[in-house]
Design a protein around this ligand. Structure first.
Ligand code: FAD
Length: 302
């Protein structure tokens, strides 16, 4: 289990990528995967665009991960603008390629940000139904989303946690959280979740800050709060990328090390397909590339 009996247990990471739109982006993605792969992530996940807009690209990326790397891929899947039959077909295609782990999501309204979700009559209406649909096809590993500051559409925490409970009752085996910067908020959320009788691992979603201005804007839409101390750390760094990236590595590694002290050991990184900052953070966390470890072991044995 992820937490919290064994403080400062060895850190394990997973990485999230998004499917590339252009050849250039594809090169960047694969360079990032190659740089991060030796850190032996537990799994790597690939997001799925609204309305299946990235369906083919997500599938291609997952296929390439399966054929060209030793990494364990997790395919994100949403309920947006597709019938149950369409989605079941996608699931079966994935299964035929060898995918065993899904991240089951509802997705968002295609009418635009802030518009209420309206599922299709013939579709899965939410992530709990999608989780059930996945389980009906095979005994997949299923991760779902969780919200330490509650989902913006949720009237209160108890409704939000009820939704998580439904996902778990339908077969979810892990929850990955929306990103957050205040560890106290996360810890309180996990306590609430446990009180609701949910015992699956709640894996913190960690967002390394590549661009503070952008992430602060995005956080507003997701309901993630930006603590004053965090804004203060990045103040005046808008046109100083080098200092910005050093500060980002320090802030993010501090966050993860603090969570680790509180007993959490698994962390899911939103990489934005960029490896350098994530790699530096993982180094500070004590992760070392596998090939080097093996080389050291070999030289020690000689
Ligand atoms: P659900 O679990 O179905 O519902 C989310 C919440 O909405 C519930 O907890 C509840 O609080 C509220 N809610 C839903 N229905 C109702 C209702 N009828 N009444 C009251 N409250 C309700 N999006 C993508 O498009 N592609 C991705 O690949 C993707 N990956 C993600 C990965 C992670 C780890 C996370 C955290 C999010 C991801 N998202 C992705 C975003 C996600 O699709 C949105 O947050 C979406 O708004 C909710 O999806 P969900 O699976 O949490 O939905």
């Amino acid at each position: 289990m992820n937490q919290p009996t064994n403080p400062a247990a060895p850190i394990r990471v997973s990485f999230e990528f998004f499917p590339p739109k252009t050849e250039k982006m594809e090169e960047t993605l694969w360079a990032s995967i190659q740089r991060l792969a030796p850190l032996s992530p537990s799994f790597v996940s690939v997001t799925y665009g609204a309305g299946g807009s990235t369906r083919e690209r997500t599938h291609q990326t997952i296929k390439r991960l399966l054929t060209e790397t030793d990494l364990i891929p997790a395919a994100h899947l949403t309920c947006v603008d597709a019938s149950r039959e369409d989605i079941d077909e996608v699931i079966r295609e994935y299964r035929a390629t060898g995918v065993k782990h899904f991240v089951a999501l509802r997705g968002d309204s295609q009418a635009g940000v802030g518009k209420a979700w309206e599922g299709r009559e013939d579709g899965y209406r939410n992530a709990a139904e999608l989780t059930k649909g996945l389980k009906a096809i095979d005994d997949f590993e299923i991760s779902v989303a969780a919200y330490p500051e509650k989902h913006p559409e949720s009237p209160d925490f108890s409704t939000d946690i009820d939704f998580l409970k439904r996902k778990v009752d339908n077969g979810a085996t892990r929850a990955i959280t929306q990103f957050f910067f205040d560890n106290d908020i996360f810890e309180r959320y996990v306590e609430r979740v446990r009180r609701a009788g949910i015992y699956i691992p709640i894996v913190p979603g960690i967002a390394p800050i590549h661009d503070f201005t952008k992430i602060a804007r995005f956080a507003g839409a997701c309901g993630t709060s930006i603590p004053a101390w965090l804004a203060d750390r990045f103040e005046g760094l808008e046109s100083d990328p080098v200092t910005h990236s050093h500060v980002a590595a320090a802030v993010c590694s501090d966050q993860v090390l603090d969570l680790n002290k509180r007993g959490f050991s698994d962390f899911h990184f939103y990489t934005m397909n960029r490896a350098d900052l994530v790699y530096s953070i993982c180094h500070i966390l004590g992760l070392r590339p596998k090939a080097k470890d093996e080389a050291v072991a070999r030289s020690e044995a000689a």
